[in-house]
Design a protein around this ligand. Structure first.
Ligand code: 3HC
Length: 292
């Protein structure tokens, strides 16, 4: 890891204003975290009603982390909802965190590029889509990369800086400096599907889903993993990440290995996991209910 970080020193990132697109669990929490660490942030989604839950989670985070009321008010003021996407124009870093669909992301990037400042960095929080595919058609591929956070954003220190052939090393260096400025640990990784962490985590989650579909209770699987030393059981993790996200990562990884996504990956609307209150477990007050 330290070898990979060589040459990524320096504190200069030239980023003052961050614009995040997609106010789901990841985008919303990334925006809140950047505001907490002192950046001006605009958070874009199609309608205010999609941004409001993220602002409520941000308020809870600020309440917990910023004790001084005046400082907390300043932190909240740094995070602004943006339905029009006007916040792209003065952003030094634009983070895309919409759903995992190549065409949707490509269309969004083209729109962003209409108002993106020259020299600004454009990154995707994609979990698994190959960067070479996302890079195709970019106006400024040298300043385009992946910046992959993990869920829950406030708790997970690692951030993958996902590379592709055309990325300028200065972009990677600036992104690494930015990660350190928000108290995260940057790791540059290759842009092949799954990058580094999901190459490991996706098969782990997939096997847990298969075991569960074979009839092994979630609680048994999770307890075994916890006793083994994992911080969270894989069934709880799948629900936390979302079955929809796990399935899209799984599908892309399976294609990479010349396989198909196992049928056990069923994703039903309203049953995607923690965010719906129902997944492989039922969720109450942010906790899974694990029946005996
Ligand atoms: N959001 C914010 N804070 C949270 C949280 C959440 N969802 N869940 C827990 N916390 C906080 C708690 O409030 C507590 O904070 P405190 O110390 O200030 O009181 C702290 O975390 C510890 O909480 P707990 O004691 O209840 O829980 P744990 O010790 O089990 O830690 C965890 C929680 C850090 C989430 C741990 O269970 C963990 O590391 N789980 C694995 C997470 C993981 O693997 N994430 C990667 C998912 S894959 C992904 O995101 C990539 C995508 O591409 C698929």
């Amino acid at each position: 890891l330290m070898d990979r970080l060589k040459g990524l020193g320096g504190k200069e990132h030239g980023i003052r204003k961050v614009h995040v697109i997609g106010a789901g669990v990841m985008g919303g929490d990334i925006a809140a975290w950047c505001a907490l660490r002192g950046f001006e942030v605009t958070l874009q989604d199609r309608e205010l009603k999609f941004i409001e839950p993220a602002l409520a989670r941000a308020a809870a985070l600020f309440e917990k982390k910023v004790k001084d009321p005046a400082k907390r008010a300043d932190t909240s003021a740094r995070l602004r909802a943006d339905v029009e996407g006007a916040g792209v124009a003065d952003a030094d870093l634009v983070i895309e965190a919409i759903f995992e669909n190549l065409e949707a992301k490509q269309a969004l990037f083209a729109k962003v590029e209409e108002t993106l400042k020259p020299g600004a960095l454009l990154v995707s929080n994609t979990s698994s889509i190959a960067l070479t595919e996302l890079r195709a058609g970019r106006r400024d591929p040298a300043r385009f990369a992946g910046l992959h956070f993990f869920n829950p954003v406030a708790m997970m220190p690692l951030v993958e800086i996902v590379q592709h052939d055309g990325v300028d090393p200065e972009t990677t260096r600036r992104l690494a400096a930015f990660c350190r400025a928000i108290d995260k640990l940057p790791v540059p990784v290759a842009g092949t599907p799954g990058f580094l962490v999901n190459r490991i985590l996706a098969p782990y989650m997939q096997e847990a889903i298969l075991l569960h579909a074979e009839g092994v209770p979630g609680k048994v699987i999770d307890q075994a993993a916890l006793k083994f030393g994992m911080p969270m059981g894989p069934i709880e993790l799948v629900d936390t990440v979302g079955l929809d996200v796990a399935a899209s990562v799984g599908r892309i990884m399976a294609a990479f290995h010349g396989q198909e996504l196992p049928a056990a990956f069923t994703v039903e609307e309203g049953r995607r996991g923690k965010k719906d209150g129902q997944g492989l477990y039922k969720w109450e007050n942010g906790k899974p209910v694990k029946p005996d």
